[in-house]
Design a protein around this ligand. Sequence first.
Ligand code: FAD
Length: 317
Amino acid sequence: MTSPAPAHREALRRALGPERVREAVALAPFTTFRIGGPADLFYEATDAGELARAILAAREIGLPHFLLGLGANILIGDRGFRGLVIRNRAQALDVDSQERTIRAESGAVVWPDLIETAISHGLSGLEHYPGIPSTVGGALWQNLHFLAPAPARERTMFIAEVTEAVEILTEEGERRTVGAGYFEFGYDTSILHHRRDVVLAATFRLTSEEPEVLRRIVRENLEWRRERHPPLDSEPSAGSIFKKIEGIGAGRLIDQCGLKGTRIGGAMVTPRHANIFINAGNATAADVRALIAHVQEVVERRTGYSLEPEISFVGEF
Ligand SMILES: Cc1cc2nc3c(=O)[nH]c(=O)nc-3n(C[C@H](O)[C@H](O)[C@H](O)COP(=O)(O)OP(=O)(O)OC[C@H]3O[C@@H](n4cnc5c(N)ncnc54)[C@H](O)[C@@H]3O)c2cc1C
């Protein structure tokens, strides 16, 4: 990939405002792994209209572009991204208490913003996802899910279950509203993995519940996570590295092979959870990729299972 031509840079500045398009912006601080080189061009969309305009402008110019949420499910290459990174900060939330719905722009942060708003209005359905870093757009991309711990709720809950309507900018450039069925949600997947549609906003249909009950569920879920997961602020990660292997568990295989604590450069399989790699200090994307390859090789040789990365690789490595 080559850097955008001066004419492309100028066209983008004209479309989005000269002072809003920044150059050579380091991406590491915008990811939960704290890893990644610079974007040639960088733009922050502050509402759904700006987001649609930025995507359309990049498409029209023919500029490679990437839409960034909280950067919690990606690894950005050390050489960064040749083209435009659009950081989604479209965060408006609208509650309709009578209808028991919340419309959230796609850059709204699920925890705490969306969940706290739902709880303060006595609305249930989102309290299963506290502590998970995600925008609404990222949540729909991957069908955000959580295996709720309490006995009465011991099953995997999916964001698809409360998703009613979604405003999208289609691959063809049309703005329309679709139902949840359009997304073909599955485990860790949706139609967004196959079509270049962009989520602009989503409406969640919730049910009534006492805020105290919801806060208790949030507390239980956070406690469950705290016991099992490395804390993001001191041990940056991208959550689970490999896809689930039904009935077996990628983490269990890695653990069986004695790989917890394995380190390459600054990247480490955390001793706390075998399927989570952390940035243990100045890790590069190359370190993480080398660790992924090493773990895949050992697990395949010893168990016969091949591990497939769950995270996406973005930009140049
Ligand atoms: C500590 C930790 C714990 C985690 N625990 C869980 C968990 O329990 N359950 C779970 O499901 N996940 C978990 N994850 C993974 C991650 O939180 C989710 O995948 C989350 O939904 C990613 O959202 P994001 O906004 O960061 O997306 P990003 O990582 O920024 O982007 C991911 C993909 O979504 C695309 N995308 C983002 N916004 C849009 C949009 N508006 N329209 C179209 N495409 C878009 C991006 O282009 C990219 O391809 C965890 C991650 C971490 C770091």
